[in-house]
Design a protein around this ligand. Structure first.
Ligand SMILES: Nc1ncnc2c1ncn2[C@@H]1O[C@H](COP(=O)(O)OP(=O)(O)OP(=O)(O)O)[C@@H](O)[C@H]1O
Length: 233
């Protein structure tokens, strides 16, 4: 098992009846890196993430996450934020966090407190009365309060205001700087998020259109946004 690679996909295919959602998807994500998964609507980002967490079985190809085929064991070792999903609206933020702390063995209470402070979450607020952005921040901090080696976030910033996005992305970048936690993040907020990525994977029509190291892009005087435009415009 190669401990320096957290995700390895080789020639992955995914078909839903006649629809081919992924075709020949091959890439690796190194441990401790922040990888952006970028592409237009319907490109296959969420499908790929569902395969990585093990709730979808690819039609062909091989996938290794944390050194194993995705399944119940790997699911317990990663945090996943789905693109759609709601927290129980009858609980307050405090009750929800207490519940999450009880169900996740890797919950880190110090990390939870830090994220609650950073994201300015009012623990006494009932989830049912939260705005979309407030609930999104609570969902995100639920993922980030676990000590998992892999964090997969599908559109984590939808509804989150600009300054909160910046606070969250710089905190994630700080956290990975001296750790071996790996992040795979699908987002359409390229301009605000591009500085946090070590590597970007561009995906369109279910195929990988390019994989770029962002440092190399910057050295070449290019931005993630310009690269995205070149590939998809
Ligand atoms: N369960 C399913 N059955 C049939 N088709 C599906 C299913 N899930 C996804 N698809 C199709 O696969 C393609 C990829 O969808 P996916 O949700 O992975 O895209 P995405 O890149 O996450 O898009 P977005 O940026 O809009 O969230 C789409 O054409 C979608 O309609």
């Amino acid at each position: 098992m190669d401990h320096t690679i957290t995700i390895q996909c080789t020639a992955v295919e995914m078909s839903f009846k006649k629809k081919k959602a992924l075709h020949n998807v091959t890439f690796a994500a190194k441990s401790g890196s922040i990888v952006g998964l970028l592409g237009p609507n319907g490109a296959g980002k969420s499908t790929l993430m569902r395969i990585l967490i093990g709730i979808l079985e690819p039609t062909a190809g091989t996938v290794e996450v944390l050194g194993r085929k995705p399944g119940v064991e790997t699911l317990g070792q990663l945090s996943f934020l789905p693109d759609r999903g709601h927290l129980p609206n009858w609980l307050t933020a405090d009750q929800w966090l207490g519940y999450a702390a009880g169900i996740y063995p890797d919950w880190d209470i110090a990390l939870e407190r830090e994220w609650v402070r950073k994201q300015e979450v009012d623990r006494s607020t009932s989830i049912g009365t939260m705005s979309r952005g407030q609930e999104a921040r609570l969902q995100l901090l639920t993922c980030l309060s676990r000590r998992t080696k892999l964090v997969i976030l599908d559109e984590p910033f939808t509804g989150v205001d600009l300054l909160s996005r910046e606070r969250i992305s710089s905190a994630i970048a700080e956290e990975t700087a001296d750790g071996d936690r790996t992040f795979l993040i699908a987002t359409h907020d390229i301009r605000e998020m591009e500085s946090m990525f070590d590597r970007i994977i561009l995906i369109g029509d279910g195929t990988i259109k390019g994989v770029y190291d962002t440092e190399k892009l910057r050295d070449d005087g290019r931005s993630v946004e310009s690269c995205y435009r070149e590939v998809f415009a």
